[in-house]
Write a protein that binds this ligand. Structure first.
Ligand SMILES: [Zn+2]
Length: 338
């Protein structure tokens, strides 16, 4: 197990307490994952059943709320037979618990006492909850204008809130500066967060009878779930568990779709976009850090980028609610693309 930089090819030990490369680029975990199926199926139905594929050295450090192994439900939707992975059924309400459980467990293993995260939504709630469970001090940077319901949840976990005037970018900058002297438990910078979100792929594989789907339709902003799923499917292939990986259809909202533009306009840079408000606030990311990596993942899967309008998000949300799924609008973006 090692930490690898894709930009400068430098490698670091897995237990170095760093969250980015000396060259300033993000890092990825390189791991030789194993999938002992006979043992996996006998374990508790949570994401830690794939422990031979997770970069933790001692299970004693695991911080878990029994998260993961979310249901995979088949429904007829808009003329298609679709498997819905119910990622809203997590202890703090989103798939971010995958990343938070893994990352905070690793933070404990590294002996780090204090972390920084910036988000006014699900990622901050997840990091705050797992830090609370492990006695780690957690500083959450939020825009001064952040809405109150998520902040209430974050506060309930005892996180220290730092309100930053200005834009979302200003908040990210303030957190980044604080993280230089601390440890950045970021859902888009930190390589261990993606080691948690990759378990999405393992669960889908197991729940489909140890097979992978032909197509994966997934919302994308920072790519926290998309890249995790990509890493997971790649590891299943590398270890000989599957021969193919799914074609990835990455969906953005029309009001904030930089990745859609890069892909379809053949751009070699991330365009400056005038971001408009969208119901899909969870993926309203105008400057995704790992944009090149996301593009490569989708391209290598023979997939594509799609975009949906606000009206399409609303009608998707309504149709899903009639099928028994009560979601936040960001999650309705993927079915909206069908
Ligand atoms: Zn580097």
């Amino acid at each position: 197990m090692e930490l690898w930089c894709r930009a400068c090819r430098r490698k670091y030990g897995i237990n170095e307490p760093i969250w980015r490369c000396g060259c300033g680029s993000p890092l990825d975990v390189h791991i030789d994952s194993q999938f002992p199926r006979d043992r996996i199926v006998k374990r508790r139905p949570n994401l830690w059943r794939y422990r031979e594929a997770l970069p933790l050295e001692d299970e004693v450090r695991v911080v878990s709320f029994d998260e993961g192994f979310t249901p995979l439900i088949f429904r007829n939707f808009r003329g298609f037979r679709v498997a819905f992975k119910l990622e809203y059924l997590f202890p703090t309400g989103s798939f971010k618990d995958r990343g938070a459980s893994l990352l905070v467990s690793k933070v404990r293993e590294l002996g780090i006492q204090e972390v920084v995260e910036d988000s006014s939504g699900n990622a901050a709630a997840a990091i705050a909850a797992y830090c609370a469970a492990s006695g780690i001090t957690c500083h959450i940077y939020v825009p001064e204008t952040a809405s109150s319901s998520k902040l209430t949840q974050i506060r309930m976990y005892g996180a220290r809130l730092v309100k930053v005037p200005g834009s979302r970018q200003d908040t990210a900058r303030a957190a980044f500066e604080a993280a230089e002297k601390s440890y950045y438990a970021s859902h888009y910078w930190n390589p261990f967060f993606f080691q948690g979100t990759k378990t999405f792929a393992f669960e889908v594989w197991e729940q489909l009878g140890f097979r992978v789907p032909h197509n994966l339709i997934i919302p994308v902003g920072h790519g926290t779930l998309l890249l995790g799923a990509h890493f997971g499917f790649q590891e299943l292939k590398a270890s000989g568990m599957v021969k193919e990986t799914p074609r990835i259809f990455a969906v953005q909202s029309e009001n904030c779709c930089p990745l859609f533009r890069v892909f379809h306009e053949g751009l070699t840079y991330l365009p400056q976009i005038a971001k408009k408000e969208s119901l899909a606030e969870g993926i309203g990311i105008s400057q995704p850090l790992r944009w090149k990596q996301i593009l490569e993942a989708v391209k290598s899967s023979q997939g594509t980028f799609l975009k949906v309008s606000e009206e399409e998000i609303v009608s998707s949300l309504r149709e899903l609610s009639h099928q028994g799924f009560f979601l936040e609008p960001t999650s309705a973006v993927a079915p909206a693309a069908l």
